[in-house]
Design a binder for this molecule. Structure first.
Ligand code: GYE
Length: 308
């Protein structure tokens, strides 16, 4: 007698999805919140996460990605430290037949088939928001306004686009001049050192405004400004980007004037996208989380439910 085919039970265990994630580093509080969000979301959604920290080295990202290929992971996610130089490694991944999600920062590639989707903020818009706040804040002040700019990692999408968005917004008004500009790699230590160097110039060259590409550098700069005997937030107007708890607290103390939000909590979206790719769904090429701007007026309310 022939036995019939027994269908598998609906809840029979299937292999968990394996996601290889190349995180670019741990340079800032934003980054740490981003990493944590991804670890938590992976656990919650039952995805096996293999994560490598590249310590801001693109070369290390390549190594991590090659190790993911060898391990035959199902999906590879990359938070790229800089925009350029990704084409060859992404070709390798494509050859291995592994879909790629670009997360947080973007990649400059001609061949759009090299990744499925890019999940990350609109950094240009963040720069525009920072500039608009400044134009409004300084509108009653007569005469020229001098600005110092602390850039992030050279060649990274947020640094390039936050710079462009800001500049494009102020360029019609010649009263506003960026007089000093240097990169500080998105870290607090370097932000402090660069601000110190800005203030070592003769007094008449000190800026009236500091535009910092992230909170960590702004917080470092606040210390340097205080050490120089100035009052941050008053003698120098400070605008930064991210919206970390420490920056919002500093805003409550009056030391930072405005913070443009950049949301690091991308974990749930990344896991959802990973699952959708595995079930064969088509994803939009670009996914942007909604973001706001916080000022000293709204800081206290914001501080109550800051998650990072
Ligand atoms: O603003 C900064 C971090 O890529 C958006 O990187 C991210 C930036 C973030 O180091 O704090």
């Amino acid at each position: 007698q022939q036995l019939g085919w027994i269908p598998p039970l609906d809840d029979s265990p299937t292999d968990p999805i394996v996601l290889g994630f190349s995180q670019l580093g741990s340079e800032s509080n934003w980054r740490n919140a981003n990493t944590l969000s991804i670890v938590d979301a992976a656990k919650e959604s039952g995805i096996t996460l293999i994560m490598e920290n590249a310590e801001q080295s693109q070369e290390k990202q390549f190594e991590a990605i090659r190790s993911f290929i060898r391990k035959k992971v199902d999906v590879i996610a990359i938070a790229p430290v800089v925009q350029k130089g990704w084409e060859p490694i992404l070709q390798e991944v494509k050859k291995a037949g592994i879909p790629v999600i670009v997360l947080d920062r973007s990649v400059n590639v001609d061949d759009g088939s090299l990744y499925v989707t890019f999940i990350g903020s609109d950094f240009y818009e963040e720069g525009v928001k920072a500039a608009k706040y400044m134009l409004d804040k300084m509108r009653h002040l007569p005469g020229p306004v001098t600005i110092a700019e602390l850039e992030g990692t050279i060649g990274s999408t947020p640094s390039i686009d936050r710079g462009r968005g800001f500049r494009d917004t102020i360029k019609a008004n010649s009263r506003f001049q960026i007089t000093q500009i240097l990169p500080a790699n998105f870290t607090e230590v370097q932000g402090r050192a660069v601000m110190k160097a800005f203030l070592e110039k003769p007094r008449e060259e000190w800026p009236q405004v500091l535009y910092s590409h992230n909170d960590d550098m702004a917080l470092g700069a606040v210390e340097a400004i205080e050490e120089a005997g100035l009052t941050p937030g008053q003698d120098i107007i400070i605008i930064s980007i991210d919206g970390t708890r420490r920056a919002v607290d500093s805003m409550i103390q009056g030391k930072i004037n405005a913070v443009v939000e950049c949301n690091p909590l991308l974990g749930p979206l990344l896991m959802q996208a990973t699952k959708e790719i595995m079930t064969g769904r088509t994803l939009p090429k670009r996914m942007v989380p909604p973001e706001d701007i916080f000022t000293q007026e709204t800081a206290a309310v914001e501080a109550q439910d800051r998650k990072y």
